[in-house]
Design a protein around this ligand. Structure first.
Ligand code: NDP
Length: 245
């Protein structure tokens, strides 16, 4: 029986790479959520569907995750969602004095409130369908742990995921549902792809491994966290940052 996974923010970048790996490994049926999905539900294959969803709206997240669960529940003959990857995220660089209310609101609503919405919906579905094991992987950022000039709001939104992860791990542990926070360093994809080359070099030199991360570095670790190999790992903040921190 294939397990069901939902990737919020799986239409591009790191989230897409993780969603692709989940499908390719043959163990999961995957629902990809994002704003850029053309219709409420798009069926791509037996193991992959996409659902339109803005993570900042609890209503939309509820509707999309329930639609994915129902669709695969009918194919699988067993209900429930077993894996949740929270990869949706936005950034806007600027020193604190320059940030306006709209920018701050958008970052916090997407990066922190968004994962709260999907964790809430996931938890309710897990309890309702009495799933026997599960794994939530929140994608934070090393900046949430170490801070950075020009990223006060982004950093705060990501460090908020530390409290969410640790508390939810305590709430769901007795149900054998694990919750971990994966904090990537600078990864050569998505929101980092337009880094100024001089700054990118500076970052590389600050890592022990003297390179930026690849999307495979992150997806390898996410796959470990959703698989039974990590069945005694929960409530942890795990960095994939080449030693930057
Ligand atoms: P991208 O910009 O490439 O992708 C962002 C993803 O988030 C897209 O799939 C986008 O989908 C989705 N998204 C954004 N806003 C919303 C929303 N309101 N509702 C639903 N989905 C949304 O970014 P990355 O791949 O670079 O980043 C992915 C995650 O990894 C983020 O959380 C980021 O903070 C984190 N990260 C990235 C690092 C990097 O170096 N790239 C480093 C550390 C952390 P759509 O447009 O379809 O809504």
């Amino acid at each position: 029986m294939k397990r069901v996974a939902v990737v919020v923010g799986g239409t591009r970048g790191i989230g897409k790479a993780i969603a692709d790996r989940l499908v390719e490994c043959g163990e999961f049926r995957v629902g990809v959520l994002g704003r850029s999905v053309e219709k409420s539900i798009v069926i791509e294959s037996e193991d992959s569907i996409r659902a339109k969803c803005d993570a900042t709206s609890l209503d939309e997240v509820g509707r999309a995750m329930n639609a994915v669960e129902k669709h695969f529940g009918e194919v699988n003959g067993e209900r429930g969602v077993h894996v949740l990857i929270n990869a949706a995220g936005v950034n806007h660089d600027g020193v604190m004095a320059s940030m306006n209310e709209t920018q701050m609101d958008r970052i916090v609503r997407t990066n922190l409130l968004g994962p709260m919405h999907s964790c809430k919906v996931f938890s309710r579905l897990a309890l309702k369908h009495r799933i026997q094991s599960g794994s939530i992987v929140n994608i934070g950022s090393v900046i949430g742990s170490i801070g950075n000039v020009g990223q006060c709001v982004y950093s705060a939104s990501k460090s908020g995921l530390q409290g969410l992860t640790k508390s939810l791990a305590k709430e769901l542990g007795s149900r054998n549902i694990r919750v971990n926070l994966l904090e990537p360093g600078y990864i050569d994809i998505g929101m980092t792809s337009e880094l100024d080359p001089d700054y990118a070099n500076e970052v590389k030199m600050k890592t022990c491994l003297q390179r930026l991360g690849t999307v495979e570095d992150v997806s390898n670790f996410a796959m470990f966290l959703v698989r039974p190999e990590s069945e005694y790992v929960t409530g942890q903040i795990l960095r994939v940052d080449g030693g930057l921190s």
